[in-house]
Design a protein around this ligand. Structure first.
Ligand code: UD1
Length: 415
């Protein structure tokens, strides 16, 4: 297990460019198999989950190349439609290959996905929606054997919850349908818009992405696409991470390559804590106060609400604030595993069900910590940067699943 070592405190100041979004690049890489041509994807983050996706694409028979921040996928030849368990279990997002394989080959054989432990992460919404599209899915001891029964049927699918992954799988599987598919209560995340924009470039006809009603008009034009270029949107969760790191360490930071609209639910939280936020075109400047103040209540919600992925990150920041902040986690059942680690640094946090109450402590001090999930690891990194002394975080790979070290402040040693 690799470790992250930080000798704190480290002031996070200066200028940084925000990496491309993990939650965009992963579904888009899966979607490249539908194109049957060459896809050139720019602004790709160099993170472990991207390398796992490339391993899956190579296994399926695609040719891939990753140079600087550009990935080229040639999916003209696909030789398999199954994904082995050792690749599926590396990340939750591997399940998105289900919809993409169905659209490309009519079949998919895979296992349940792995990923961060955030409590139960079922895929029932994916399965019931795909069944409505006419896909037969057999679950044989955890192996999912999926195939189109006769043809994909256009359906009006109402999601009981705006699941990001289920919305993506429905879009991917339905784009080859000869009829119209409607998703109601669809996830509205910017990464869904990015996926739809990419798919429209390869010939799909998707309307309404970013709203809760998405319409997919099927097409079979995918054979004719030769080359597609696409640039991944910036990672809003990484932007929030960097801002929280600056705020917790008394830094002043300019972030480049980030559309401020993407983080509009987090800006009022930084402002309430005393930070000054200035935005100009695709730049955000954060000037941190001498003393951080608590924020009354932070409730995670589906987009455009405050993202669950930023909960641990902002909690790390407010562990240092004067006063009491309350966090309510409504998306995942068990997303507080960072708390016992933050407490080791001196944070004062109590948990009551899905509510965490944080009483700020201005003086955190370094300790040996264990990361349990990607954003929890980011929270520990922020707290480590803001603590006095040495912090050693076991489980560096969780962090590297989502953060491109080349675009992160140069204060972390990994070994
Ligand atoms: C995506 C993001 C992840 C983020 C999450 C919520 C990617 C690669 N990952 O994950 O970073 O934390 O959205 O914003 O984009 N659920 C079910 N049944 C299902 C599917 C989901 O009960 O079939 C539940 C989940 O357990 C969870 C909630 O719905 O409680 C949200 O899940 P979902 O939106 O599907 O998240 P992911 O797509 O896995």
């Amino acid at each position: 297990m690799r470790k992250i070592i930080i000798n704190g405190p480290c002031e996070i100041s200066g200028e940084l460019e925000v990496q491309g979004a993990k939650n965009s690049i992963l579904p888009i890489l899966a979607a490249t198999i539908i194109s049957r041509g060459e896809c050139v994807i720019k602004n790709c983050p160099n993170i472990l989950d991207v390398h796992t996706s490339l391993e899956i694409l190579n296994y399926l028979g695609c040719k891939t190349k990753f140079e600087d921040s550009t990935i080229v996928v040639d999916s003209s030849q696909i030789s398999k439609n199954e994904i082995p368990e050792n690749l599926m279990c590396k990340m939750r997002s591997s399940i998105i290959f289900l919809g993409a394989l169905i659209a490309r080959t009519g079949r998919a054989k895979l296992t349940f996905p792995g990923g961060c432990e955030l409590g139960p992460r079922p895929i029932d919404l994916h399965i019931s929606a795909l069944k409505q599209l006419g896909i037969l899915i057999n679950n044989i001891h955890g192996n999912l054997e999926c195939k189109i029964e006769n043809k994909i049927i256009g359906a009006d699918i109402v999601l009981p919850f705006p699941s990001v992954g289920a919305t993506e799988n429905i879009i991917l599987a339905s784009i080859i349908c000869e009829e119209k598919t409607i998703i109601e209560n669809a996830a509205r995340e910017p990464e869904i818009i990015d996926l739809a924009n990419f798919l429209n470039k390869i010939g799909a006809k998707i309307y309404g992405a970013g709203s809760s009603k998405i319409i997919i008009e099927g097409t079979n034009k995918f054979n004719k696409i030769n080359k597609t270029e696409h640039a991944i949107i910036p990672d809003r969760i990484v932007a929030i991470t960097l801002m929280a790191a600056a705020a917790s360490t008394g830094g002043n930071l300019i972030l480049k390559n980030i559309n401020p609209d993407l983080i509009s639910s987090a800006v009022p939280i930084f402002e309430e804590s005393g930070c000054l936020i200035k935005t100009h075109e695709n730049n955000i400047k954060i000037i941190s106060p001498e003393t951080l103040y608590s924020v009354k209540e932070i409730r995670t919600m589906p987009y455009p609400g405050f993202p669950t992925d930023a909960q641990a990150i902002i909690m790390a920041m407010l562990s240092k604030a004067i006063g009491t902040s309350v966090f309510v986690e409504t998306i995942f059942e068990s997303r507080f595993r960072h708390i016992e680690e933050l407490i080791k640094l001196g944070a004062k946090i109590k948990i009551n069900g899905n509510v965490a109450i944080v009483d700020g402590n201005k003086y955190l001090s370094g300790a040996k910590l264990q990361a349990h999930d990607l954003r929890g690891a980011a929270a520990l990194v922020i707290a480590g940067l803001a603590s006095y002394g040495k912090t050693i975080i076991t489980g560096a790979d969780y962090f590297l699943r989502g953060y491109d070290l080349a675009k992160f402040p140069n204060f972390l040693t990994i070994n």
